[in-house]
Design a protein around this ligand. Sequence first.
Ligand code: 5AD
Ligand code: SF4
Length: 440
Amino acid sequence: MKKYHITTFGCQMNVHDSEVLAGILEKNGYSPAASVQEGDLILLNTCCVRENAENRLYGNIGNLKALKEQYPDCIIGVCGCMVQQPTVVEKIRKTYPQVDLVFGTHNLHELPKLLEKIEAERSQLYEVWDSEGEIHEGLPVKRNDPFKAWITIMYGCNNFCSYCIVPYVRGRERSRQPEAILAEVKDLIATGVKEITLLGQNVNSYGLDFKGVDFNFAKLLQEISALDIERIRFQTSHPKDLSDELIQVMADHPNICRHLHLPLQSGSSRILKLMNRHYTKESYLALAEKIKNKIPGIALTTDIIVGFPGETEADFQDTLDLVEKIRYDGAFTFIYSPRTGTPAAKIADPIPENDKKQRLTRLIQVQNEISLEKNRAFIGTLSEILVDGVSEKNPQIWSGRNTQNKLIHFKPASKIKPGDLAVVQINSAQTFTLEGELLV
Ligand code: 5AD
Ligand code: SF4
């Protein structure tokens, strides 16, 4: 039996695409390889959101040269966001002859056909579609977790934030039909799934592409929450499109988790305008306050970019100010990375790289203190967790997450197994984790 190995870079969308690729391959007679070396088919599913993701890919392809020399019959494939850029495809073609197969984000459903062709002809095959086609329903999925499942509800992005490459490599927004999503959720419930996470670049614009039909994300969430599913999460929410209707649906349905990931990107209204984000420091703050008031106990997390072209110390202070006012539970923080083809890459940027690094360090320091304080507030309280199983770092310790998405470590008890909902009493807190004791 032929074996496959997939290495995934980037966001949850890509992680889930890799589950689909694995599903397609297993349906076509492949089985998973224990290591890259064992793979008859080695796929690299790429990300291009920041330059370091791209550099990691080139490092990986470079490392596969020796393997290809040792096992010339193995097929090395590169897919995902990076290869939607023609310059990248040219670079692979010129510099990395060990790559046999290249396909993009719009034609991963074609993988069986591409493999058949490459096996019959034994020559390189580059097939990247430059625009999105129909949504392909019913592709097989090999899910990594029996209790927690990702569901893509829409593809692409229409927002064109000025720093972001995603709309160029993932195409325009296309929403899946609600019936298809609901059927998928029901199937997952039937197999024992306890938690689903709905995925889209901006889930808040779900359904806006249904011409003449009055349906939206809040309504989809409402319908899903009426099903017998323990937990529902979703990401990502663009603040400009987060409606009162959605806040109400969240408030009304306890099986929608008390966590919202709401990317801020910058706290400076001047920079937000240059980023094409369509909100201001004040309107974002007002939105965050409204959410906290309507959904008590909700955890807010965010994404922040420092060092956008021309960001001054005063702009950066606005970001720090908002972080301190909102008091996020956690933040993913990035140094701005210029992406060729995006409008921001053309803006003059006199800010030295070292200043940007220092700003990032300062931001992380402020946020980490807040994260720790927020976590400490859980000490002495009870949390219901969905049990993940043994923790990655310590085989004696198990972990699970509560509705606020806090990672909680605890000592296992014989009755408890992964996928259970259990209650823990929180005894101590760190910046990124809580510790608790199982109450059984
Ligand atoms: N540079 C740095 N960070 C970026 N992101 C997107 N594009 C860039 C870029 N060019 C960040 C944003 C987004 C997250 C997924 O990645 O914060 O929310
Ligand atoms: Fe990129 Fe903005 Fe779309 Fe998010 S909403 S994927 S940051 S363009």
